[in-house]
Ligand binder design. Structure first.
Ligand code: SOE
Length: 390
């Protein structure tokens, strides 16, 4: 018998739209042990929230977070707010006995992330689970890259190159969104997109970063305040305000295996719209995943005869590729939004089977320590800095 998992989503921005799509689509394409139901969407602005809840398929709209998380008919709380709200909301929802999905980066500070991981561990002992929204792990080609590496396809890993490049801030007139406000976002490129590069590199390699040496810069220190609209598509208004986060972050990292990694996160890479790349080089081969060619993996097999060597492009659309059996016939590609359906599927399957979903809050806390170490290193003249708990 299929039972339901009723979801309350907190927030209604860009990630609200993507998560709504995930919750809506997952039960229609995957045979799930628990049927997610889009019960309530919570937002501050009543008119906007009611209109978007209706548009995205939520049964109800509410402005009351506390009342919503304490409802007996809510099972999962999905937090898609700016980072400054993650910690209090996630801990309150876990303490109310709800499973939690929280957008990345897990928190705005290491201390918040530590408290969230502790609350998640306590909840997990009671069968209540928490997961972080590092959705790119659920792009089938990225999952497949991880599988190939785990199978030994690249041998011993020596080097990792990970970049997340966007360009929507290269125009100095682009307005001040909350993503440029440290009190709301915690950091800039580092946390917003660098966190994805860190998580994906660690996920694909199966190794964790132990030490980093970083550099960060804010290129445009003052921007027009936000006028019409919101978020990434808002337009400039009257007056200006300070940018309080980094525009660019890069670092060299050492993995627990001894491999070395180069990481770069910027929203000033003119011409690069949403390029998340992870390339792993080992003694037997290399693998490249690039989100801008998201249905494929590039694989170089160094054990093949030398006159047959070269990167080959594996099109990850076969039914025996991760997640793909639920979609279209081989060769028919999928897109950005599918990762959110896979995320919803994986979460309800983990809940139904009583297993800790990954990435867990502990995983999110570990990524947060890497981000924090990069900031501390950049503030200390790029000194090598351990990512160990501080
Ligand atoms: C959300 O996961 C997110 O990191 C956004 O915050 C970024 O701006 C985006 O482009 C990638 O996804």
């Amino acid at each position: 018998m299929t039972t339901t998992a009723r979801v309350a989503m907190i927030g209604n921005g860009f990630m609200g739209a993507t998560h709504s799509q995930g919750w809506r689509v997952a039960p229609r394409f995957f045979d799930l042990p628990l049927q997610p139901e889009m019960a309530v969407m919570v937002g501050r602005n009543p008119d906007k929230n009611a209109q978007l809840a209706d548009k995205w398929g939520w049964a109800e709209a509410s402005e009351d977070f506390e009342a919503t998380i304490n409802r007996d008919d809510i099972d999962i709380v999905d937090i898609v707010t700016p980072g400054d709200l993650h910690c209090d909301m996630a801990i309150a929802a876990l303490e109310a006995g709800k499973h939690v999905l929280c957008e990345k980066p897990l928190a705005n500070t290491v201390d918040e992330a530590r408290r969230m991981a502790a609350a998640a561990a306590t909840a997990a002992d009671k069968g209540v689970y928490a997961m972080v929204g590092f959705t790119y792990r659920r792009v089938p080609a990225a999952t497949f890259a991880r599988d190939l590496v785990a199978r030994g396809a690249v041998g011993t890993i020596r080097q990792v190159r990970a970049q997340y490049l966007q360009d929507w801030l290269s125009d100095p007139q682009a307005p001040l969104t909350w993503r440029l406000d440290k009190s709301k976002a915690g950091s800039g490129s580092l946390g917003d997109i660098g966190a994805h590069a860190v998580d994906l590199a660690q996920y694909i390699t199966g190794h964790s970063l132990t030490d980093v040496s970083g550099v960060m810069e804010t290129f445009v220190k003052e921007r027009p305040t936000m006028g019409e609209g919101q978020g990434l598509s808002g337009s400039a208004g009257e007056g200006t305000g300070p940018v309080t986060v980094d525009d660019f972050a890069a670092f060299t990292g050492r993995f627990d295996s001894g491999a070395l990694g180069l990481f770069e996160a910027t929203r000033f890479a003119t011409g690069r719209k949403n390029m998340l790349q992870v390339e792993v080089s080992g003694d037997k081969g290399s693998i490249l995943f690039n989100l801008e060619d998201m249905n494929a993996v590039q694989y170089y097999d160094a054990t093949a005869p030398s006159n047959e060597q070269g990167f080959r492009r594996i099109y990850v659309t076969e039914a025996d590729h991760p997640y793909m059996a639920a979609w279209w016939p081989p060769g028919h590609m999928i897109g950005y939004e599918h990762g959110f359906a896979h995320q919803a599927k994986d979460l309800v399957e983990a809940i139904a089977s009583g297993q800790q979903p990954r990435p867990s809050f502990e995983d999110g806390y570990q990524v947060q320590r890497v981000l924090d170490a990069v900031e501390r290193s950049a503030g200390a003249g790029s000194a090598w800095t351990p990512t160990a708990a501080n």
